[in-house]
Ligand binder design. Structure first.
Ligand SMILES: Cc1cc2nc3c(=O)[nH]c(=O)nc-3n(C[C@H](O)[C@H](O)[C@H](O)COP(=O)(O)OP(=O)(O)OC[C@H]3O[C@@H](n4cnc5c(N)ncnc54)[C@H](O)[C@@H]3O)c2cc1C
Length: 449
């Protein structure tokens, strides 16, 4: 008869966190899954733009089904570093292991000296902007509001920046039509593209008198991370990826009519009356994959708003050391965090990929790895996936590591019960009674898209 159990803490209940909890549950390991938000869907709800109607619903269902498992205690409205001090989570609760699946919710700062002083005064970052787009149609939305202006400059080049540009162009055109008494759904714009919608109303882009937004990218079109090189790509395969990248951009431009400049690097703010009213740019040449300024090509670009979409990084957690923009990861495959015996990162926290499948596979891999090599609880090997090579290596070394450190002793049932009671106490505090379906029905705004 079992004398006890392992209980792991997981911070972040979305794609990676719910998957890790489910992998643990498959092995009889209990988990307490904390999330800062009332709903456990992370960037599926607050990142992936709301025109992905079917995909969002499908992912919501998958996450909910995992979190509803009896081995998993979901604790909403609990922010690590605020409601839940890091040291307390790490040692005070007495968990067998701690997994950070808290994604990348902080915008990488725009590397233009002095520009951050104008956040909210001409400078807007991608994360709060996309959050606004996904929620502003709700009647009870009380968050930050963003105006939709013409001639916005977007700094970026990755897939998320293309979404930002689409949001700006769709909303700009939708509102321009609405002011003429023509109502068109956002989804129709996204599906058909702006020219077709306008044509169906007997209008053209030129008729609206709009400039549209401009996307600035520091390197060349072929360098845009819109498609990844296949594994082990040779020159020919790379060239094909370059063509795919150019085609993706061109298709988007045809459908959403934004302006685009590659090889442009922002170098300084233009400020008037305490507001950011533009950026200084310099043209670049790409040498060894890096954008280098071309002297003598400097110019000023004036714009009513700068939207920075140059990547997202993990949030700062008081008590947890950072190395540059991210946590001090000791091993990028297993997500092991340096300096701690029982702390790992998983999903977007570590992959930085901003990709649902990558988060899912990494979440599954890290949970399996922690369970077998650290907690000494083996399970059926998962099928080959993104992390197949690492997985094979883990299977091979699992026995050796386990023999060396010995499997962690399970927690005595009194401790297990104490942890679960503490989790229940926090659930009561935030008004969650442990019934996920009922909770979601309660906290989901009726008009949420
Ligand atoms: C604009 C945009 C478009 C995208 N489009 C696509 C796409 O088309 N296809 C695709 O595959 N992917 C896309 N992605 C990326 C994808 O949505 C994410 O990579 C994926 O959902 C990340 O999952 P995750 O579980 O790793 O992290 P997240 O979903 O970020 O989950 C982290 C969880 O941790 C919680 N959390 C954060 N900090 C704390 C804290 N301090 N305390 C407690 N909880 C915390 C959050 O509330 C969240 O629930 C897009 C992302 C964006 C922003």
């Amino acid at each position: 008869m079992s004398q006890g159990k392992h209980v792991v803490a997981i911070v972040g209940a979305a794609v990676a966190g719910s998957e890790a909890a489910s992998v643990m549950a498959d092995r009889g390991i209990l988990s307490v899954v904390f999330d800062q938000n009332p709903r456990p869907f992370g960037k599926i709800e607050d990142g992936l733009p709301r025109w992905h109607v079917k995909q969002r619903k499908k992912e919501y269902e998958k996450i909910s089904a995992k979190l509803a498992r009896p081995e998993i205690s979901f604790v909403p409205l609990t922010t690590l570093g605020k409601d839940l001090p890091f040291e307390e989570l790490l040692r005070g609760w007495g968990f067998s292991a701690v997994l950070l699946a808290n994604g990348a919710w902080r915008d990488r700062p725009l590397p233009v000296e002095g520009v951050d002083a104008y956040a909210g005064k001409g400078l807007v970052y991608q994360n709060p902007f996309v959050y606004w787009f996904n929620h502003f149609t709700e009647k009870n939305y009380r968050g930050e509001q963003y105006p939709i202006l013409d001639n916005v400059a977007v700094i970026g080049g990755g897939l998320a920046s293309i979404d930002v540009v689409k949001i700006l162009q769709i909303e700009l055109t939708r509102r321009a039509l609405a002011s003429r008494g023509i109502e068109v759904e956002m989804l129709e714009f996204e599906k058909k593209g702006i020219p077709k919608v306008l044509e169906s109303k007997g209008l053209s882009w030129g008729d609206l008198g709009l400039k549209g937004c401009t996307l600035f990218y520091r390197r060349r079109v072929q360098d845009m991370p819109l498609a990844e090189y296949p594994d082990g790509a040779d020159e020919k395969a790379k060239e094909k990826t370059h063509q795919i990248r150019a085609r993706i951009l061109e298709n988007c431009r045809e459908k959403f009519l934004f302006q685009f400049h590659d090889q442009h690097l922002p170098t300084g703010p233009i400020v008037e009356g305490g507001r950011l009213v533009g950026l200084k740019f310099v043209r670049t040449q790409v040498v060894g994959g890096k954008a280098q300024p071309l002297p003598g090509t400097e110019f000023d670009h004036r714009t009513p708003m700068i939207l920075s979409s140059i990547g997202s990084v993990p949030g700062i957690i008081s008590g947890l050391a950072m190395k540059g923009e991210t946590y001090e990861v000791e091993d990028w495959d297993t997500g092991k965090i340096k300096g701690y015996e029982h702390l790992w990162g998983l999903g977007n926290v570590v992959t930085g990929k901003g990709n649902i499948q990558a988060s899912l596979k990494h979440g599954s891999f890290v949970a399996g790895h922690v369970a077998s090599t650290y907690l000494g609880v083996s399970g059926e090997a998962d099928g080959p996936g993104l992390y197949a090579a690492q997985e094979a290596a883990v299977q091979e070394t699992a026995g050796k590591i386990a023999a060396k450190i010995g499997a962690r002793p399970v927690l005595a049932m009194e401790r297990v019960e104490a942890i679960l009671e503490r989790a229940r106490s926090r659930q009561r505090q935030v008004g969650y009674d442990g019934n996920l379906a009922a909770w979601l029905a309660k906290v989901t705004p009726p008009d949420m898209e």
